[in-house]
Design a binder for this molecule. Sequence first.
Ligand code: ADP
Ligand code: MG
Length: 718
Amino acid sequence: MPIRSLDSRTDRRGSLRLLRLLLAVSVALPLLLFAGIGWRERWEAQDEAERNSSKNALILHEHMLKVFDTMSQLLDRVDERIHGRSWQEIAASDSLHSYLKTLKGELEQIGAIGLTDPDGIVRNSSLVFPARNTYVGNRPDFREQRERDAGLLIAGPVADPVTGKPSFGISRRRSGPGGPDGKFDGMIAAIINPDYFASFYRQIIGTEGESIALIRDDGAMLMRFPTLDAMRPNAALPTLPADRGLRAEIRRQPDEGIFRTGDSHVQGLDRVFAYKRVGSFPVYVVYGLDQTQITRSWWRNMALDAAFVAPATLALALIAWLAYSRAASESAAVQRWADEVRNREMLEEVLRQSQKMEALGQLTGGVAHDFNNLLTAALANLHLLSRHLPVEGQRFLTGTRTALERAEKLTRQLLSFSRQDAIDLTVVDLGDSLRRMDDLLERSIRADVTLDWNIAPAPMAVAVDPVQLEMAVLNLVLNARDALPGGGRIRITAAPGPEPRTARIEVADTGAGMPPEVMARAFDPFFTTKGVGKGTGLGLSMVYGFARQSGGSASIDSRPGEGTRVRIDLPLTDARPAESPAPAPAATPDLRPLRILVVEDNPLVLMATVEGLTQEGFTVETAEDGVTALTLLETDRNFDLVVSDVVMPGGVSGIDLARHIREQWPQLRVLLASGYSPESLATMGADTASVLAKPFTPDQLTARIRALVQNGSADRIN
Ligand code: ADP
Ligand code: MG
C-alpha cells in the first residue's frame, strides 16, 4: 500500500499553518478594526462636541446681544422720562416709581431699575416707594460713571436685590445739560433678573455636564448656570485668573474660540469651552461641556458597537478554530494511519521473511536428511573397508573420508539452519567459550587482519551447542575476513545484551559492508555474492539457525563502505556452566557379547550399521520397520539395546517404538539415530530415549552403545 508522500505531509503542515494564521487573523482583524473605529469615533465625538459648543456659544451670544440691546433702550427711555427733572422731583414722584415698576414687569430680563443721584444715593427704583435712599456711592460702577461717561457699563457681580441670587447690573450716566462730557448728574442702572437667564439657559442645556457662564474681560464671573453650588445660592462667583486658562486663551483670541482644559478653575474637570465676545461689550458668553460626558457617550457607542461586533468576531474565531482543530486532528489521524501502514508493512515484511526462512528450512531439512542417510552409509562402509584394505590403499581411503567429512559438515550446517539438527545443548560460559576459540580464529584470518577482543568480565551462562557456537563465530569471522580484502580490523564483542537477561555476541568489521538488497538476503541459505566455489551461502544461514535454535536471534547492521556488524542475541540461563566436558568413557572390553536390535528402513544404512556393530563384537538382529521390531520383541526380549531410526514406514516410528518399549519392557534401552534435534524429537514424544545424531561413524555408535549400557538412563539428554 502506498504511504502518503513526504510532499503531502508538508502540504498538510502548510495548510495547518495557514489555518492557524486564519484563526489569529479572525481574532486580530476585528479587534484592530474595532480599535480603529473607536479611535475615529473618539475624534469625531470630540469634533462634534466642539462644533456643538461653538454653535451654542453663538446662540448665547445672539441672545445676550439682544438682552444688552433691550437694556440699553430701556435705560435710554428712563433717561428720557426723567429729562429735566430735579432729583427732588425724581425722589418724590410716585408715578415715576410706577413707571419703573411697569417697565420691569414688561421685561422679564430685568430684576430691578434704580436711579442714583450724583451723591450715590438711590432716589427712586422699581422696588419700593419711597426709595430707601440706599447708598451705592462706593460701588465701582458708580465711581466709574462719576469719573467719566463710561457709556453702557456692565457692573457686578451683584446680588439680586429681591432673591439674593448672583446677578449683574447695567448702568449709564444720566444725560445732563452739559452733554456726555458735561457735569455728572447721577446714574441709571438696571439689575438683570437671574431667573430669566436660568429659565432660558435651562432650555439650551440638555445634559448635565454642560454649563453657561458670562464673564467680563477683567475675569469677573457675572453669571453661571447651573449655579455653582445649589446649596448656597448667594455664594460669590469666582474671578478667573488672568494669566492662564480661559482668560489667557481669550487674550490670544479675543473674539471667539475654543478652549480645552484638564483643570478647570471651576470644577476641575476635563472640559471644552466655546466662548464669544458679546458685540463690543467687554463681556463673553462661555459655553462649557464636560469631557467626561463626551467620553461617556463615546463608551456607550462603543459598547453598542461591541455588542454587534463581538458575537460576529466570536463566531468567526469559533469557525476558524473548529476548522483548525478539525484539520489538526485529521492530520494527526492521517499521520497515525501512515504510521500504521508503515508498521503493518514492516510486520508483513518480517512475516514474509520468517515464512520464507521456514519454507527454506523445511526444504533444506528434507534434502539434508536424505544426504545424512547416504553419508552415514558411506562412512560406515568406508570404516569397514579400511579394515580390509592394504596399507597402500589407505591413502585414498583417507582422501575419501576427508571429502565425506566435509560433506557431513555441510549437511550439518544445512540442518542447523533448518533447526532440525541434532544439537547437544550444554550450559557454557559465553566468555570462556569465545576465549577458547582464540587460536582457531587467529589461524583462520590473514596477517593483514587484526582481531580485537572485547569480552565482558561478567559471567554469561548460555545453553547452546558448543560445537555450533564455535562454528557460528568462525563463520562470522570468515565472512569478516572475506570483506577485508585489503586488511583491517575485526572486533569480537561479548557483553550483556540490550534486552534483560540476554547476552550479545557481535562480530564487527571495517570492511566493504553490504548494500541493502544483499543484507536483506544474507541469511538465506545458498545466498552468496562470492564466486562459484568460493562461497556456499550457508555461513550466515547456519548462524541464523544456531541463534534461533538456542532460543535467540541474529541480526545484521551494515552499510556499504561502513563495515558490517552481525549480532547474535542469546538468552542467559540460571544454570551453572558444566565443567569442561568429561572425556568419553573408554570402551571397556565386555565379557559377554552385547545383543543389539537394529531397526532401520534404509537398506544401505542398515547394512553398514550391522556390519560395523558385528565387527565390534556385538550380536546383531535387524528389523526393517517399527512393526517388525515389535513383533520380534514379542517373542524375543533378550536384547541389551535397541538402535532405531526415527522416520520409518509402516505406521510405527522410532519414537512410537521407544514409547512402547518403555511401557512394556522398561529395562530395555533404546537409542534413536536421527538427524532431528533432540527438542524436535522431544516434541514428537521421544523424551525417554537417547539420541545419536546422524550421520555417525561406527566408532561413535559403538562408544554410545557402550556408554548407554554402562550408565543406564544417566545418559539421557535434556
Ligand atoms: P558465503 O560467505 O558463503 O557467501 P554467507 O551466508 O556467510 O555465505 O554470507 C552470505 C553473503 O552475505 C556473502 O556472500 C556476502 O555477500 C554477505 N556477507 C556476509 N558477511 C559479510 C560481511 N562481514 N561483510 C560484507 N558482506 C558480508
Ligand atoms: Mg560465509
